[in-house]
Design a protein around this ligand. Structure first.
Ligand SMILES: CC(C)(COP(=O)(O)OP(=O)(O)OC[C@H]1O[C@@H](n2cnc3c(N)ncnc32)[C@H](O)[C@@H]1OP(=O)(O)O)[C@@H](O)C(=O)NCCC(=O)NCCS
Length: 155
C-alpha cells in the first residue's frame, strides 16, 4: 500500500473511481479538478499496487485544516486505511493547529472513525444534508486540536 499526493488530471480520474464506489453523489473527475485548483486543497490517494482504494481531500488554510472527504472502497474497509490517510494528512500539514470537519449524524462508520482519532463534537447543523428521497439529516461539526508538542516537532 502506498499513499501518493495527487495534483493532476489522471489522479482525479483515479479518485473518481473511489468516489463512485463510496458515495451516492460521488464527485466527478471534473469536480475534483476544480477543487484542486484551489491552492489550499490537497488530495492523498491510497493505492494497492496501481489500484486506487481510498483517498482524503482536505484544505489547509493557515492555522485551520478541514477534511472535505475521506473514503475507502468497501472491500478495503475495517483495516485501518482511513485512519492511515488521516494520519498522513496530519503529517503533511504545515501550519494547522486544528482540523475541522462536518459529518452526517447518521454516518455511523465515519463517526466511529473520527471519534477514535480524537475528534470532538462542536455543534449540530439541523437538516443540513438533503437526500434524494426528500429527507434531511443533521450535520455534526467536529474538531481535532493538534497537540502542542506535535506542532513544536513540526516547526
Ligand atoms: C468512513 C470510512 C472512510 C472508514 O474507513 P475504514 O478504512 O474502514 O476505517 P478504519 O478501518 O480506519 O476504522 C477506524 C475506526 O473507525 C470506526 N469504524 C470504522 N468503520 C466502522 C463501522 N462500520 N461502524 C462503526 N465504527 C466504524 C472504528 O472505531 C474503527 O476502529 P476499529 O477498527 O479499531 O474498531 C469508510 O467506511 C467509508 O469510506 N465510508 C463511505 C464514505 C464516507 O462516508 N466518508 C466519510 C464522510 S466524507
Amino acid at each position: 500500500m502506498i499513499i501518493i499526493n495527487v495534483n493532476d488530471k489522471s489522479g482525479c480520474y483515479h479518485v473518481e473511481t473511489v468516489e463512485k464506489l463510496c458515495f451516492d453523489d460521488g464527485w466527478t473527475a471534473e469536480m475534483l479538478e476544480i477543487e484542486l485548483n484551489n491552492s489550499f486543497s490537497h488530495m492523498l490517494v491510497l493505492y494497492d499496487e496501481k489500484q486506487p482504494v481510498g483517498y482524503i481531500c482536505y484544505r489547509e488554510l493557515f492555522e485551520v485544516a478541514e477534511i472535505l472527504r475521506v473514503a475507502v472502497v468497501p472491500a478495503y474497509r475495517g483495516r485501518g486505511f482511513a485512519t492511515m490517510l488521516i494520519n498522513e494528512m496530519i503529517n503533511q500539514l504545515k501550519n494547522a493547529e486544528e482540523i475541522m470537519l462536518e459529518v452526517d449524524v447518521n454516518n455511523v462508520s465515519a463517526l466511529g472513525l473520527y471519534k477514535k482519532i480524537g475528534f470532538e463534537p462542536l455543534n449540530i447543523r439541523k437538516n443540513y444534508y438533503s437526500h434524494p428521497d426528500g429527507s434531511y439529516t443533521d450535520a455534526l461539526n467536529m474538531r481535532l486540536i493538534l497537540k502542542t508538542e506535535y506542532r513544536i516537532i513540526k516547526n
